[in-house]
Ligand binder design. Structure first.
Ligand SMILES: O=C(O)CCC(=O)C(=O)O
Ligand SMILES: [Fe+2]
Length: 349
């Protein structure tokens, strides 16, 4: 990168004169972040030996990749990016030079947590490592103004169970519009619910009748059996997710989603523990982890074109938004129970 334009001495003179060695650029990154993102160990060494701060932090910033509005996730150190990039040499170099391993980024992950999320996935590499987040405040303000339909979903049951709060447009848009990460092409992570929201939802649904929610899972709940919950979820799609996806995937402004199938799936030892590779009968799937506590049962995707496998550990409250045609599956659960709310979305004709 930089070394194409300058020799080392010229490069250092250039950045020293402009006092930019530790400044965040318009994309939210410092020079050291860029060197790490580009897997350039020589520039990493050069910058550090010339005073670059090894603990420099990214800032939340919007930028564009292939017409998709994205931005750098804030509070990431060079070590976060090195581990995310699976760059062993840069990771070792940063740690040897005292990089702090406990800094939490704005997704609440330390560098180590990023490494355990990805430790089973050796093939994954730097091309898809730019963790991004979005912050569409203007869109969010429009939603807040238009939020006249919340009352629709408030029934006595839901009010008592805290569900009306979890599914309120305000709650959802505050969560969803403020944070979205690109995992691989066509697969995003969004925060949907707080842990408390998830506990409320689980308490509400675990007394409902269980049945096979789809042709591949045997344990769970079909939302078509529960009109109250179906209404809350439809409200969430109509008022928040639809608009969010139009923006994220650059869809026509008048695109309208409808839920073709909605269900809760449950994994538990002795019941369903895994899911074979498949594609969904959906345009877009939203798959939100509600809890409870579990180990294993990572969701994996094969990146279109490269067919590289990307493994994702679900986080309670976070949803994965993916195109239905991305090939994906679930690794075996090794302990506990996992409950996920899954919505298959199609575009209305
Ligand atoms: O996370 C899961 O258990 C279900 C994954 C899945 O099939 C999906 O997201 O469509
Ligand atoms: Fe699926």
């Amino acid at each position: 990168m930089y070394s194409d334009d300058f020799n080392d001495a010229e490069f250092i003179k250039f950045i020293k004169e402009r006092e930019i060695i530790n400044s965040n650029g318009s994309d939210g990154c410092c020079l050291l972040h860029h060197a790490v993102i580009n897997d350039d160990l020589n520039i990493v060494k050069l910058l550090i030996s010339n005073g670059a701060n090894i603990e420099c932090l990214t800032m939340d910033k919007i930028y564009y990749v292939a017409n998709i509005k994205l931005c750098i996730l804030g509070n990431q150190t060079p070590l976060h990016l090195a581990i995310f990039n699976r760059n062993v040499e840069i990771t070792e170099y940063l740690i040897k030079n005292g990089a702090n391993q406990n800094v939490k980024d704005n997704n609440n992950n330390t560098p180590d947590e990023l490494s355990s999320i990805k430790k089973n996935d050796q093939a994954y590499n730097a091309a898809i490592t730019k963790v991004v987040t979005r912050n569409i405040t203007t869109a969010q303000q429009t939603h807040d103004k238009n939020d006249k339909s919340n009352n629709q979903i408030i029934s006595c049951n839901m009010l008592e169970s805290g569900l009306s709060n979890a599914f309120s447009t305000k709650n959802l848009s505050e969560n969803i519009f403020n944070s979205c990460s690109l995992l691989i092409k066509g697969v995003y992570s969004i925060k949907c619910f707080s842990t408390e929201d998830c506990n409320n939802i689980i308490n509400y649904v675990q007394i409902l009748n269980c049945s096979a929610p789809n042709t591949m899972n045997n344990y769970g709940i079909r939302l078509s059996d529960n009109p109250e919950l179906k209404l809350a979820v439809t409200h969430m799609i109509d008022n928040v997710i639809n608009k969010f996806c139009i923006d994220l995937f650059q869809l026509a402004n008048d695109t309208k989603f409808e839920i073709s199938h909605s269900f809760i799936i449950k994994y538990k030892l002795g019941e369903d523990i895994e899911l074979k590779e498949h594609q969904d009968d959906s345009f877009i799937t939203l798959n939100i982890c509600l809890g409870k506590q579990f180990t294993g049962s990572q969701l994996y995707f094969y990146e279109e074109n490269t067919m590289r496998k990307y493994t994702h550990m679900h986080n309670v409250g976070y949803g994965i938004l993916h195109f239905g045609n991305v090939i994906h599956g679930v690794e075996p659960l090794t302990d506990g129970e996992r409950w996920n709310l899954v919505l298959w979305l199609k575009c209305k004709a």
